[in-house]
Design a protein. Structure first.
Length: 277
């Protein structure tokens, strides 16, 4: 696929970066951008060399929500048009029925997604950030659900995500008022994991991700992600039973033996599963 609204690169350690690349529009969301984004997620998911995915924006914005021209078009038509085709890529589908929907597909990915929020995030842009596993941001940037001021519902699962991330009371405040929240407040309530200066955001994000993939096995990352998001949909007994079954299965893997040996020898593990892929 020709990339017109995104950029993609993989470093030597296996970290893929997806840039939302419409800086002249503060990376406002369009059907084209959504199509390319899902295509790139599928590409990263299918690439055995990729261990983790970083999502960020070009320029001074992360994603300021739906493009104004697209919003105007919806208004003129009197209906919503996603701008995507029926054959759009479906990364993360097939893992659990609860994940087989737009943006919820992030939960079905086998690789962690880290958002480097380099500028304002609004509406669908905030939803995109919330579907990441870990979120880093720049001080002083604005975040908002935005929908209420446009007579829209909370977008793409934000009404499900925000209460689970920041708690029901704060989520109600943000969703019912559509007020602007600065990244400092978002850090205080747990939406943002840490704040870094603009020029330090990507280097610090990459340092975090490289540490993660150096010390944690590929299958542990994969299974831990799926446990986290499956467990949000089931009772604690089912979560415990699943973890026990995984424990028994994963202790038979070569990566478990290597992890134990590396721990005893006080060195970084060399995961056998990576040489098999």
């Amino acid at each position: 696929m020709e990339l017109k609204s995104t950029e993609y690169a993989i470093d030597s350690s296996g970290v893929a970066t997806i840039w939302l690349s419409r800086p002249h529009r503060m990376n406002a969301w369009t059907g084209r951008l959504h199509t390319e984004y899902r295509h790139l997620l599928r590409k990263a998911e299918d690439d055995a060399k990729v261990r983790a995915i970083v999502v960020t924006g070009r320029g001074k914005g992360f994603c300021v929500g739906g493009d104004a021209e697209a919003l105007s078009g919806h208004s003129e038509r009197g209906s919503y048009d996603s701008g995507t085709s029926t054959d759009i890529a479906k990364p993360g589908y097939g893992v659990a029925p609860q994940f087989d929907a737009s943006f919820a597909y992030h939960f079905g990915l086998s690789k962690p997604v880290i958002a480097a929020i380099n500028g304002p995030a609004a509406g669908i842009g905030l939803a995109l950030a919330c579907f990441a596993d870990v979120r880093f941001a720049v001080p002083g940037i604005k975040l908002t659900t935005a929908h209420g001021k446009l007579n829209l519902p909370a977008e793409y699962g934000l009404s499900w995500l925000l209460p689970r991330i920041v708690g029901l009371g704060r989520a109600n405040d943000w969703l019912l008022t559509s007020r602007v929240v600065f990244s400092e407040e978002a850090l205080e309530v747990g939406l943002i994991n840490d704040l870094f200066a603009f020029d330090d955001l990507l280097p610090r994000t990459y340092a975090y991700v490289h540490k993660m993939i150096e010390t944690v096995s590929p299958n542990s990352l994969r299974q831990s992600r799926w446990q986290i998001y499956r467990d949000l949909h089931r009772d604690v007994a089912a979560a415990v039973e699943d973890s026990e079954a995984l424990l028994e299965a994963m202790m038979r893997e070569a990566d478990y033996k290597e992890g134990v040996q590396a721990f005893l020898e006080k060195r970084l593990p060399q995961w056998p599963s990576l040489s098999e892929e």
